[in-house]
Design a protein around this ligand. Structure first.
Ligand code: XIL
Length: 311
């Protein structure tokens, strides 16, 4: 059985981020995506810089191609991401401050409307917290104040009432100061009837630490009546990989999967790439790599076996 078939027994969707260049050029990569996964996330192509490189000029091509691929293979799409402080277009820097609210609303609604009815889950707001649980100082917070977060969910909901709307962040897998901040925020949004439906924990983890409080953490969001999802799982290690590190990595993946499986509202478990051939990790974390479940030649690693065993 494939990963998606195994996950279906638990009513869980098993997903991957997709590198569009690899999808176009690498037949082996494409075959795996089509066969093994229920959901796909564009690794970069639905980010603002990619969608609207010049103000008012949208480039939908790559995002459309991914949505079409998904539909051709019976997959659902996680839309990623609408409001963020990274990978925004350069022209934003020239927008006068008093226009930023209107520009953000236009971006959110134009994008969500474009894919209306075809996106299962949208990451509406991404990564607004500092490690200590306070709000990160971003262009949006400075110009609009904290209310932009609730507004973004309202704008997105208006544009596609059927999409599940998520808040998404990293290092919030476990109970800690940052996830406490996230908990306070989303509880307040729920209390105010803001259309937020889920919380995504990215799951960029390290092989030297199993997220033992992840189940408890997902549970408290579940108890608020929210869906949860693991949205970007990968488990990095200092290179070179060796059998001990690979086994530790497998254990971390398994701990994260189990936390999701034991949380009734955890809808999907998405890996941020499934082969070391195309992982973002070596380019971003100096000296680290080998973070995915297949090696560079698509050979399954212990982590792949551990996830299959867990499903
Ligand atoms: C990463 C992509 O994988 C890279 O290709 C890109 O250069 C930078 O962004 N959190 C997120 C993702 O929400 O969008 C990021 O993706 C990884 C961290």
């Amino acid at each position: 059985p494939t990963l998606r078939q195994l996950a279906a027994r638990h009513d869980l969707a098993f997903g991957t981020a997709v590198a569009m260049a690899a999808l176009a050029d690498d037949a082996e990569y494409r075959t795996w995506v089509a066969a093994q996964f229920d959901t796909v996330t564009a690794e970069n192509e639905m980010k603002w810089a990619a969608l609207e490189p010049a103000r008012g000029r949208y480039e939908w091509g790559p995002a459309d191609a991914l949505v079409a691929f998904a539909e051709a293979h019976g997959q659902r799409v996680r839309g990623h991401t609408l409001v963020w402080h990274n990978q925004n277009p350069a022209w934003l820097a020239d927008v006068p401050r008093d226009e930023l609210g209107a520009v953000l609303k236009d971006h959110v609604q134009t994008t969500v409307r474009r894919f209306r009815g075809r996106i299962w889950q949208w990451d509406v707001v991404n990564e607004v917290f500092e490690d200590d649980g306070t709000l990160r100082d971003t262009v949006w917070l400075r110009a609009l104040g904290p209310g932009y977060i609730a507004d973004a969910f309202r704008w997105a909901h208006e544009a596609d009432p059927d999409a599940l709307l998520f808040y998404n962040d990293y290092e919030v897998e476990e109970v800690n100061a940052k996830s406490d901040g996230m908990y306070d925020l989303v509880r307040e949004l729920v209390r105010q009837d803001v259309p937020i439906h889920g919380v995504g924990v990215q799951g960029h983890l390290t092989a030297d630490h199993a997220p033992l409080t992840m189940r408890e953490n997902l549970g408290r969001f579940d108890a608020l009546g929210l869906r949860t999802a693991v949205t970007e799982a990968d488990v990095r290690m200092p290179l070179p990989a060796d059998p001990v590190k690979l086994q530790a990595q497998a254990n971390v993946y398994r701990t994260a999967l189990d936390a999701c499986l034991r949380t009734p509202g955890c809808l999907s478990f998405t890996v941020w790439g499934y082969t070391d051939r195309y992982s973002w990790v070596p380019g971003w974390f100096e000296g680290d790599g080998a973070a995915t479940i297949l090696d560079e030649d698509f050979a399954p690693k212990p982590a792949h076996r551990a996830l299959r065993d867990g499903l």
